[in-house]
Every structure is written in C-alpha cells, then in structure tokens.
Design a protein around this ligand. Sequence first.
Ligand code: ACO
Length: 303
Amino acid sequence: MGICIKSIGMYVPDNVITNKDLESKINTSDEWITTRTGIKQRYIADKESLYDMAIKAGKMAMEKANMDEVDIIIVATLSPETLFPSTACVVQEHIKARFAFDISAACSGFLYGLDIAKVYLESSNANSVLLIGTEKLSSLLDWSDRSTCVLFGDGAGAAVITKGEGDILSSVMFSDGKYKDILYAKRCDYLKMNGKEVFKHAVRNMESACKIALEKANLTPEDISLVIPHQANIRIINTLTERLNLDPSKVYVNVNKYANTSAASIPIAMYEAFEKGILKRKDKILLTAMGGGFTWGAAVLEF
Ligand code: ACO
C-alpha cells in the first residue's frame, strides 16, 4: 500500500486586486507586472484571517475525503499570526486531530510537509495527515514597495493524505542557509527580497531538484502527465520548462490569477487542476518549489 492524496481543498479571500487597481496606488503598470511576472490579479484578505483561510481549505479537503478527524495536522506557513501557538493548533480546534504542528520552509512548505507526512505514514502508527499550506502574505508586504507588493497573494490549500492507492515515488528536499539574506522577513518588519538573485537560484535549484527526483523515481519527463511548479513568476516557470525539456502543455500555470501564494501555491494549483480534470487519478506528476532560506525540492507522485 502506498501514500494517497485522498482529497484536496482550497480557499481564497473574496477580495480581488487587479494590476489595474495597483496602478492607482503605486507607480506601476499592468504592462510591467504582466510582462515581468505573468500576474494579472491576486486575492487579498481584508476580512479573513490566516486561520479562517486554513480552516476553510482544511474543512473542504476533509469533506471531500469524507472524514471528520485525522491523526496529524501539519500547517506550512511563512506568515503566522502568532509565534505560538502554532497555526496548526488553532486549526485543530476546528478539525479533530491527535496532534498538530507548523513547519517553516517558506514557498517549499507544502513539499516539505508532504515529505514529513510520508515519513509519519510509513513509519508510525499514524494513518492520516491533513496538510495545509496557508498564507496571508499581504500582512508582510510594504504596499509602497512596488518591487515586492505586486508579486504576492493570500490563500490556502489543503490535502488529506492517507495510506492507500497512489504513491510518492520520490521526494527530495534541500536548503542552504548561506542565502538567508536574499529573501526574508524579520519579526515585525516587511518582506525583503533581491528579486534577480531569487530568480536565478529558483530556476537552477528547481531544475536540479526535478532531475534528481525523476532519476530517483526512475522516470523521464516524458513519463510525467503533469508538472505543478510553485507559482511565483511565469518567467521562472517558462525557463524551468525549457531547461527540463518539458512539454509546456503539461506544465500547470495559474500565477496569473493568484500571484505567489507561497506554501499555498502548489495545493491551490493541484485543487484547480483536479477539478478541471487536467490532473487525473493514477497520473504521474512532478511537483517542485523553491523559497526563502533558501529551501527547495521536488516530488514525483502517482496521483
Ligand atoms: N512596476 C514598475 N516598475 C518596477 C516594478 C513595478 N512593480 N518593480 C520594479 N520596477 C522597476 C525597477 O525599479 C527597475 O527600475 P530601474 O531600472 O529604473 O532601476 C526596473 O523595474 C527593472 O527592475 P528589475 O529588478 O531589473 O526587474 P526584473 O526583470 O529583475 O524583474 C522581478 C523583477 C519580477 C522581481 C524578478 O526579478 C523576479 O520575478 N524575481 C523572482 C522573485 C520571486 O519570484 N520571488 C518570490 C519569492 S521566491 C519564490 O517564490 C521562488
């Protein structure tokens, strides 16, 4: 028996901010944002908390799995509302679980969480994990800094992971603290980033992680039905697609609609792709992400 992503859920706030909306607030343009990033709009939480989004996405995944409790809740976030308790413990008040904890791996958080879930399911008495990626990045943004505020959005995605049909065929995670000053947010301060450096490392690191994950799974890009990369920037995704020699029609893109939602980006994309019938059961898929730390990784799944 393998590891099964039994269900997926997501939530984004009601409030949509388009590039045109930003034009009236800061010195930017729809043309600049679109050509540099592929982003057209983002969802920004004005009334929802980080917890609301996590709970809504988590409950949707639980309902779709037809479950009302899990053994473990893992929450990946870089924008927690409190240092403690963990966001996962707050979620646990609403979704029954034996224990709950957060992980901090920035935009790679969902992939790290998947890796941790696999270890628990394979080597402990846990039978189910609710993994949530949730972000209220708008709370970390300096809305007068055009080089960062246009890039990010809010939202949450969740997956119920159990033993069952399907499998995580390979999963490789990396980090390098040498780059901690290139992308970070200090306590009570805004997110800071050297965009050009992040871009370079994102392409390079995701490319190498994908190659290693494919090799470990004994597969080539041709065997993969769908690639779901972290949605940060269309130019990062396109460069990665070229370097890995992937068929662009097999690479899922929704950065235009949500912008970069960090740990929520992969589960939101998985949810959409599954709902649209683009992601199907038994498909072999490749997930990859890179984020502050730096952290990065890739996983090959039989969905
Ligand atoms: N609107 C208009 N002009 C802008 C904006 C804006 N929103 N932001 C910056 N500019 C200006 C700059 O001030 C600069 O002007 P100057 O030449 O007069 O100094 C000019 O545009 C060019 O800026 P560059 O930094 O050279 O633009 P670049 O092509 O590198 O694109 C970007 C910037 C989009 C941030 C790019 O570097 C990038 O996407 N990097 C990756 C960042 C990322 O994805 N981070 C997410 C977190 S990590 C992850 O998820 C992988």
